[in-house]
Design a protein around this ligand. Structure first.
Ligand SMILES: [Cu+2]
Length: 95
């Protein structure tokens, strides 16, 4: 039979975290479904909450923001990481 596998070294442990994204282009409940589906299929995603009116998505799981953003982009909803203090933006790179 097979020798006991030793995968322990390969385990990349990502801690559970909640990532908030600002998502553009969500206009109806159908969009919400698309966004939900595209995020839920990603490895490590535990839960997805979509706030249509705020244009925000909250993803919980052992995930990084980047694959979430990539997944949303690929289904037509440009997304970016929402800062936790969105109402308190002080520095702008462009002006
Ligand atoms: Cu829609």
């Amino acid at each position: 039979m097979n020798p006991a596998p030793d995968f322990a070294d390969n385990l990349e442990e990502l801690t559970m975290q909640t990532i908030e994204l600002n998502v553009q282009g969500m206009t109806c409940s159908s969009c919400v479904k698309h966004v939900n589906a595209s995020l839920n299929q990603l490895a490590g995603v535990t839960s997805v909450e979509v706030d249509l009116t705020a244009g925000r998505v909250r993803v919980t799981g052992s995930v990084e923001a980047e694959p979430l953003i990539t997944a949303l982009d690929s289904v037509g909803y440009p997304a970016q990481l929402a800062t936790s203090t969105a109402s308190d933006i002080k520095d702008c790179d462009q002006c």
